[in-house]
Write a protein that binds this ligand. Sequence first.
Ligand SMILES: C[S@@+](CC[C@H](N)C(=O)[O-])C[C@H]1O[C@@H](n2cnc3c(N)ncnc32)[C@H](O)[C@@H]1O
Length: 445
Amino acid sequence: MDSTSTRSARRRTGDELELEIDSLAQGGRGVARADGYVVFVTGALPGDRVRARLTKAKRDYAEATSVDLLRPGADRVADACTHDGEPCPGAPWQGLPYDLQLAEKSRQVAEALRRLGGLEGFELSPIVPAVDGWRYRNKLEYSFGERDGAVALGFHRRGSWSEIVDVEDCKLASEPNNAARNAVREWARAERIGAYDSRAATGILRNLIVREGRRSGQIQTRLVTSPGELPRPPVDLHTVIEGRAGGTVGPTGVLGAEHLAEELGGLRFRVSHDAFLQTNTEMAERLYGIVAESCGLRGGERVFDLFCGIGTIALSIARGAGEVWGLESVPDAVADAEENAAANGIDNASFVCADARLGVRPLIEQAGSPDVVVVDPPRAGLSKKIVRRVLEADARRVVYVSCNPTTLAPNAAQMVEAGYTLRRVQPVDMFPQTPHVECVAVLER
Ligand SMILES: C[S@@+](CC[C@H](N)C(=O)[O-])C[C@H]1O[C@@H](n2cnc3c(N)ncnc32)[C@H](O)[C@@H]1O
């Protein structure tokens, strides 16, 4: 259990160590150093002394999960969101005061751009704080399990694949989201429907996703099950029941509305089950405002919105542009985007369903070179090939919306190498109590 002779005695997975956390790594885990050996510790914050169990042990570094907080760091604040006595796994930074969360996110953005992208000379704007620290998520995913013979519905216990911690009130979610989850659990218990057990291959219920239209008050739920007969779920929950391979099973399939209604920046949107929607509605509006400003439109420009989802960015900027073209790979999201343009009376927005790898060249041929390209890819960022396609578009400005500075950095570096200048990076806090940070980066030729 000592923390000083780590290197001499090679550690193994499952070993427990006492560690002092001295900083936070990219991605948010605590960093401890023991005799030159670096340990990345889930569930630990700077200043903490913890007992941690190794989950991976390599020659020069290890990964671990905190199993006991022996002495909290001086800056720690009490956990506000706990489930069954455990800190909420969705809020790993809740012990850090909010001003320190913001400072750490800014530091991580700057570090990623400089160290992973070799980028210098850009303006790093002060991070935009979140409007609400809690109850901001419009979507949460829960897992089913069994506890004391009854169905449990909540999150995996930290470091466990099989144990589910029942959730009564998750403070990242609104009260209606919590109520919807609890209603599904009560229904499962009352109807005696079992949770799916992957080892025994028995039971039915696997996951529940609850999404909420913050402005419409609507709830959209997706119940993921194994094939089997189910009694009718609560009808006011818009429920889709999926089979093992994703096919719809059960007596009724889709109940209630298939599309969630939401409003953003004064525009009305419909959202299909398979379509992406920013999980913090209020901060999405702030983000889209920053994107619109970053595009610097005067009225006649052609804009590409790549990775456009249901058309939120394209439609937010359409009135200030000549024409906008959205590209997105999920067919239902593209159908939503077209419907959303029509519902808002926007007639200068067109949408294409394609993979960005293959769809950008034909889009340039069809629409002509854009003045501005907006990209908003998933966490993995852009592949080198997609960056090359963006470069071929030859826009004078690229506005890159990123949810992961470690992938923004190499993508922006590739663009800089091809002749763009990274002008400005604006971090935005969409996810308080977590290490996630959003950025809007502006590159110009
Ligand atoms: C981070 S979301 C952004 C969506 C939208 N801009 C918004 O704010 O709602 C990324 C989107 O990219 C889409 N996507 C992922 N990979 C893609 C690809 N290779 N080509 C085109 N779209 C892709 C996803 O379906 C998702 O809608």
